[in-house]
Design a protein around this ligand. Sequence first.
Ligand code: WTA
Length: 650
Amino acid sequence: MPDIESLLKEKRTFKPDREFTRQANWNKKQTAEYRAMADKNPERFWAKMAKENVSWFTPWKKVLDWKPPFAKWFVGGKLNVSYNCVDRHLEGENAWRRNKAAIIWEGEPGDTRTITYGELHREICKFANVMKSQGVKKGDRVALYMPMIPELSIAILACTRIGAVHSVVFGGFSAEALRDRINDAGAKLVVTADGGYRRGAPYPLKPAVDEALEGTPSVTSVVTVKRTGEPTRMQAGRDHWWHELTDEASAVCEPAKLDAEHPLFILYTSGTTGKPKGILHTTGGYLTHVTTTAKVLFDLKDSDTFWCTADIGWVTGHSYVVYGILANGATTLMYEGVPTHPGPDRFWDIIERWGVTIFYTAPTAIRTFVRLGDEHPKKHDLSSLRLLGTVGEPINPEAWMWYHRIIGKKKCPIVDTWWQTETGGIMITPLPSSVDTKPGSATNPFPGIDAAIFSEEGNEVDPPNGGYLVIREPWPGMLRGIWGDPKRFKETYWSKYKNIYFTGDGAHRDQDSYFWIMGRVDDVMNISGHRIGTMEVESALVSHTKVAESAVVGRPDSLTGTAIVAFVTPKSGETVDDVLKEELRTHVTKQIGAIAKPKEIRFTDALPKTRSGKIMRRLLRDIASGRSVGDTTTLEDFSVVAKLREGDEA
Ligand code: WTA
C-alpha cells in the first residue's frame, strides 16, 4: 500500500513556446548540458553557477564541506551581497545601469518612486553608515518591521553591506510576536515606519514597536521612516527619524569582505509547535542559489520589469523581490498595498501602466481573481507579460488554466515553483524554455537539486505512488540551522531519515516522473485506510463552476477514521442550498472517486487566512471537529475566530 494515494488525474500538457525558447537565457541545448553536468556532479554545477552569476573578492578553496546536517558552501570564499546586488551594476561594461531603475515602487494611495541603481547605491551606503553610528557591528542582528516601502530593501542591503544580520518581521504581526522575534535574535537595532497604507487607510506600526520594546533588553535604538505622517511618539535617546539620520550620513561606505558562510539573515517561520523557528541563511550559497534560479527560470533580462507580489516579510520577498532580482541587474517592482484597492483591477492596472514583463504571485491570489470575475483583467492591456509564476501552495489545475488563458493569453509560460523558507530558493520548477508543463505540477527539480519521494520506512517510492518529499543532497541555499536551537534543527528536518532533509510535504510523481506536491503531510487525511491529500479534494471542488475557493480538512470519524469536511466559498451571486451541497459531493465523487466524497460541506463567505494568505488549516480543523452543523446552508463567518487565532497560526 502506498503511503499517500493520489487520485487526481490531470492529462493536459503544454509545450514551451518556440519563440520564447529561442530567446531564453538557457536554451534547450544549454539546459540539457547543465542538467547532465548537475546530475553527474552537482558540486561542479553549483561551482560553475557561483562563478558565472556571483562576484567574489576571494575565490573559495572548497566547494562543499558536508558534515550532516551541517553544510558549508564555497569555503574560504569572500564576497559582499550588496556589492553583488548594486555596485557591480555601476562598474565596467555594466556602468550604463547607473540610471536604470532598480526599484519601481508604487504606494497604495497611488504615489510612486523610481530608484535607479546609482541612487540605490547612495541610499544603501548612507544607511549603512547610519547603522554604524548607532553602534551596529558585523554579526549584530537588526530587526526590520516595515511596510512595503523602498526603505525596507535599502535597510536589508545596508545590513549586508556591513555584515549585520537582518531579521525581517512581517508588518502584520502583533507587538507580542515582534517582541518574541526580537528577543530570540537578540536584535540591537529596530528599523520601522510610522505606518503604511492598506485597504485605503493608513495603519500604524511604530506603536507596536513601542509596546514590543517594553520587554526587549537587547535593543538600544530605533530608526523610523516617515511614511504616513500620522502623529508618532518618539522616545528621546532611543528613537530617531530615518530622514534626519540619513541626511547627515556620508554616501561612501566600503562593502565588507565577508566569509561565504557569514550569516546573512534570520527569518521566522511557523512549525508544528507554537514557537516560531528562526531559519538561518548565510551569504555565498544563498546568493548563488537565488541569483541562478532567478536568471534561469524567470529568464531575467535587462529589459525586464519583474513583479513579485509577495511581501518582503516572507521568504519569497527576500529571494525574489530583493536579492535574486537585483543581483541580476533587473528592475524589481514593489507594491505597498492590497490587490483590490481602489478597485478589483489594481494588479492589472499596475501591470499595464509599468509594462510588467514577469509576474510572480500566489495561487490564493489567483483564486481570488477568478472569483472577482474576468472583466477586470480584460479591461487592461496585459500584452507586456511574457512569463508567469506561482508559489506558496499547490495550484489547482482550474486556477492554473485561468491564469494561462486570461492573464497569459495562452502565450506565457507558467512556472509553478516549489520551495520553502528553509530551502532559500526555488527547488522544483519547470524551466520555461525546455519543460512541458502540466497544470498543477511543479514538474522537475532544478538542476543540482536531488529531490525524491520516500515511504515512511525511507525507501524511494516508485511512480505513480505518493509519499514524503525529501532532498537527498545538500544545496547551496539550504538553511544552515535554526537560530540558537541546533537540537530543534536536527529533530525537525534530519531525524525522520538519516542525513536526508525532510521537507514536511507530501508528493507523488507521475508516469513521466513529474512531481505533484500534495501539501504539508499534516494536511494529509487517512480515510478508511487511504491517505488522501486535502489539496486534491480542494482542486476537485474548485473545478465546479459555482465554486470560488475551498479548504478541506479531516475530522475524526468513528466509521472511516477520518471524515472529509469541505469549507466552500461559492462564486459571488450563487445561491447556497442543499441542492448545491449534493451537486458538489457528486462532483467530487466524479472527479476523484467516492473515497474522497466530503461527508460535510460548509459554506463560508471567506476562508480564514493568515496575513500571508495561507489558509488557517489548524483553525478549520478545530472548527470541523468541534461541532457538526447538520444541514445548515447559511454562509458562515469565521473572520472573528480567525483574527483571534492569527498570532499562533501565522
Ligand atoms: C508550500 C514559500 C505546492 C509547501 C516559498 C511548502 C507549495 C510551503 C509550493 C513553504 C508549490 C510552496 N506547490 N506547494 N509551488 N510552494 N508550497 O516556507 O507546502 O512560506 O512546504 O515558503 O509552502 O512555505 P514557505
